[in-house]
Design a protein around this ligand. Structure first.
Ligand code: NAD
Length: 246
């Protein structure tokens, strides 16, 4: 494992243009359960019910109940993995993070180039006038929350039954084609189209490095190598090694 961490740091220095694809495992050490975690939050708030676009149109308060619980229960803060990625950006290597997460934790950690592939649960958008509401500006006392124009707000995440926003999709694929190394962190790589992103990078000639405590469909097929472990442990170790190489 130590050898792979050193190898990853050397490859990052050589590549210079690095992009990270992150999934829910990235935020697991912040206390947000992944879909694959048994029991708990997502069983109570099954996203295919609470975050399905048809449910939103028939019962718009339902997704907001999930958002309210997501916020109240979790009060999550960025973990050492998020902070390490922000540091790799500051060092000049990491150009973009493509995240499937909807929790804002990369931005809270200080990352500035974040593509939200599945939107953001902690932002609202008015379906009538299109106005966006940042977190803290939305009162969840009466659900569903409404815009000042009285239109109903939708959580600005991509719901089941919705398309990936065009801009996020295009930006992600462009970043993947241009990068020289892709870090694939904490994703089971089974939710498409996000799961196809490492293959785009690979076909364009990038080195693909996976960080995950478990194997995924990418392991041994798309990934050049996998560092088996938690993001909150492996990424700070890579940062330490990058500093040593600097
Ligand atoms: P997933 O639940 O399918 O898979 C999670 C992956 O993370 C697994 O491969 C697991 O082995 C790995 N993992 C668990 N702990 C880890 C750790 N400490 N460090 C590194 N990896 C770890 O997640 P997915 O592939 O992101 O796909 C599910 C969908 O669920 C995504 O679209 C995502 O938007 C959504 N989701 C988001 C959040 C969030 O915003 N935090 C939480 C749950 C689900």
């Amino acid at each position: 494992m130590e050898d792979l961490i050193k190898r990853a740091a050397r490859d990052i220095v050589e590549a210079k243009k690095v992009v990270a694809l992150t999934g829910s495992g990235m935020s697991a050490e912040s206390g947000i359960p992944t879909f694959r975690d048994q029991g708990g939050f997502w069983e109570k708030y099954n996203p295919e019910v609470y975050a399905h676009i048809d449910v939103f149109f028939s019962q718009p308060e339902k997704p907001w109940q999930m958002v309210k619980a997501f916020d109240q229960q979790l009060k999550a803060k960025p973990n050492p993995g998020h902070l390490a990625l922000a540091e790799i950006e500051k060092m000049g290597f990491l150009k973009e993070i493509i995240t499937q997460n909807v929790d804002s934790l990369h931005q809270q950690a200080g990352s500035t180039e974040v593509i939200e592939f599945h939107g953001n649960l902690r932002r609202g958008v008015c379906l009538v006038c299109g106005k966006y509401y940042e977190w803290g500006k939305i009162s969840l006392e009466v659900l569903p929350p409404r815009c000042e124009c009285n239109g109903i707000l939708k959580p600005d995440a991509v719901f089941f039954g919705e398309q990936i926003p065009e801009e996020a999709f295009q930006r992600s694929y462009e970043a993947s084609r241009k990068c020289k190394l892709m870090l694939v962190i904490g994703t089971s790589a089974i939710v498409y189209p996000a799961a196809g992103i490492p293959q785009v990078a690979k076909q364009a000639g990038a080195v693909v490095v996976e960080i995950n405590p478990e194997k995924t469909p990418l392991t041994n097929f798309i990934s050049d190598y996998s560092i088996i472990g938690k993001a909150g442990i492996i990424l700070p170790e890579i940062v330490r090694e990058l500093k040593r190489l600097a």
